[in-house]
Design a binder for this molecule. Structure first.
Ligand code: MN
Length: 188
């Protein structure tokens, strides 16, 4: 009898100094400014910037097929520093398609904030810095904002059947925004 685990050759390797994932089993997705239309408040500033500007890059490992109940996925996001007008670069943000699915993030490099929003639109913020671990319960949308000058890198693990619902964030937005105000990050 053998245990059905993925071969190590299909696995991932973490560089703990940078948070970078590598390995033959990983997939990668890039989000550019052009793909984040409507996410930032200052549309004029957004339009004046190069649409191919990379805002973040996600690498992830799906050891079981997407949608599998009972499995977990593993990923790393590199969120670059920058602003659109006075608003910091951030991830799109999402609820999970299966709403009650939870997730864990752990910060490797950089500084920023994790914004959490419940289904009533109430937003809370948690500071992200190297070593912080964040538990996101189900039914809570999550978005990461880079308020620093270097890439904000964090690892994540989430249920393999969670899925992503980006649509509700796109139409209803997040309740609060992190902007640069008087030289400081400010939640408005
Ligand atoms: Mn998630």
């Amino acid at each position: 009898m053998s245990i059905n685990v993925p071969k190590i050759s299909e696995s991932t390797f973490v560089d703990w100094s940078t948070g970078t994932l590598s390995g033959p089993g990983i997939e990668e997705g890039v989000k550019t400014l052009g793909q984040l239309e409507g996410i930032f408040r200052d549309r004029e500033a957004w339009r004046s910037m190069a649409p191919e500007t990379e805002v973040y890059r996600v690498r992830y490992w799906r050891p079981v097929p997407d949608g599998t109940t009972g499995g977990v996925f593993w990923g790393a996001t590199i969120l670059y520093p920058g602003r659109v007008g006075d608003e910091y670069f951030m991830t799109h943000g999402h609820f999970h398609a299966i709403r009650d699915r939870a997730e864990i993030y752990a910060t490797v490099t950089g500084t920023g904030a994790l914004l959490l929003m419940d289904e009533e639109g109430t937003v809370t913020s948690q500071e992200m810095k190297p070593g912080t671990v964040h538990y996101m319960p189900g039914n809570v949308a999550h978005r990461v904002v880079n308020t620093g000058a270097e890439p904000l890198t964090f690892l994540a693990s989430w249920p393999s059947d969670a899925g992503h619902d980006y649509g509700s964030i796109k139409t209803a937005g997040f309740g609060k925004r992190l902007v640069l105000k008087d030289g400081e990050p400010c939640l408005v």
